[in-house]
Design a protein around this ligand. Structure first.
Ligand code: SF4
Length: 266
């Protein structure tokens, strides 16, 4: 899916659980509810009677082979929000158990390979339910989130940034800020020094709300000043032909060690 799409930060995704509930203004045109879920239902991959506001655990996707077959940068639970309150702690734990076991298995296999062929696959998840994520990750990983897993929080304006990002900063590990859809100016000066990555994107679609390039410039300048990798997914309304240029340059930086091609067979 995403590997050859320069707007996408992921190589692939893994969705052993699905489901969410519209939560804040950025959810108005949720791509999962409005696009992927009906499409997957038409294909017969999801039950036809699956509704919004319903969590579904897909047991066959907990087969370790499903995760083993992926690589690069894997989005964990992209078809919903892992930290939605209808997802039980036990299910979140099972998802992270799979991630950790898969990463450790790759680490073992790497011992038999030259460094140049090592599989440095990473896993990332992001949520709007920042408080629950921070509480969960702190309890599960008291010594810090493993280096193979990045934790992100999605915000769409300054008010939500100030509500959610203090929780992200409690996570001891890779932290990234996802501002998509960007619906207002966001000043990250209180958070940028503790962030490992800033990703920004406009809303897309016919009814997309406007983004202002000056909002994006502010983030770029803050990221550059503090040497934080910066990624623009798109700044226009088209998803099919995304506009990614800002002042004559495309921004597609990743944190060190995050490589969409990692693990690719040569
Ligand atoms: S939190 Fe994400 S998945 Fe859930 S409704 Fe909002 S945009 Fe959709």
């Amino acid at each position: 899916m995403a590997e050859n799409n320069p707007c996408d930060i992921l190589t692939s995704d893994w969705n052993p659980i699905i489901g969410c509930q519209r939560y804040s203004p950025g959810c108005k045109s949720c791509w999962w509810f409005d696009g992927i879920m009906p499409w997957q239902q038409r294909l017969g991959n999801l039950p036809k009677d699956l509704q919004e506001n319903q969590a579904l655990v897909i047991e066959k996707r907990f087969d370790p082979k499903t995760l083993r077959s992926k690589r690069g940068i894997i989005g964990v639970v992209q078809h919903g929000d892992l930290f939605w309150d209808k997802v039980d702690d036990e299910v979140i734990g099972r998802v992270l158990d799979m991630v950790d076991a898969d990463a450790l298995s790759r680490t073992e296999k790497n011992k038999k390979k030259p460094d140049s062929e090592a599989d440095q696959t990473k896993y990332i998840l992001w949520t709007k339910r920042a408080e629950r994520m921070a509480d969960f990750m702190t309890k599960r990983y008291p010594k810090g989130v493993p280096k193979w897993l990045g934790c992100g929080v999605s915000v769409e304006n300054q008010k939500l940034a100030d509500e959610r990002l203090p929780h992200l900063m409690r996570v001891n590990g890779w932290r990234f800020v996802m501002i998509e859809p960007m619906l207002g100016r966001v000043d990250l000066s209180a958070y940028i020094q503790q962030s490992d990555w800033v990703v920004v994107g406009s809303e897309t679609g016919e009814e997309a709300r406007d983004i202002e390039l000056d909002w994006v410039r502010l983030l770029r300048d803050q990221a550059v000043e503090h040497e934080v990798p910066f990624f623009i997914k798109q700044v226009g309304k088209s998803h099919k032909k995304p506009e990614r240029q800002l002042d004559g340059r495309e921004w597609g930086e990743f944190p060190q060690g995050f490589n969409k091609s990692s693990g690719k067979r040569k």
